[in-house]
Design a protein. Sequence first.
Length: 189
Amino acid sequence: MSARGDSGDRTTPLTLFTAIRPRWILWLRPLLRLATWLPGPRWTLLRLKLIHYARWAIVSHVPPGASRGERRRLPRSYLFFESNFNGTPASYIEAFSYVFPKGMRAIWGSSHGFPGPIPSEGLRAWIQRGALPASHHYCAYPEATTREVLAALEVARGLEAFRRAAEDLPAEEFAAAYVRLIEDLQLSL
């Protein structure tokens, strides 16, 4: 866990809690289940390359211990969203709104007051009203951006493949293979 503002922490947390409009829960539950299995939404969001973590959950009960030790149903259901990302909330929301507008309409369209993804100014104001402050959040690599982590993984895969392929190469072939490796990994270094 890292406290917001720790030196070297390059991630920003966002937690949003919004009330779901009546009857939308019937659409939202299957949509969120289906979204975990369909590659489209995941790949669309991963294209942003700034998200460390993101998830939606429906909250309709208070867990045991929160009120008199028993699980209690809330008068309405809420959509809980949490994410860790690189950059400012404004740039994250703008990127999210232009890359994932249909998904945002499908998911957050269930929430009271959702202004739509575009223009992003209205969305940003709506998110600011519903955002909860985060005192702590987890990030596996707080000093690296997602692009840096992805680049490091690419370099590790390339080095491992090179190690296996170059074990028995003569010196001249090894040198040529090494130059190709550096050229291939140039954008990840």
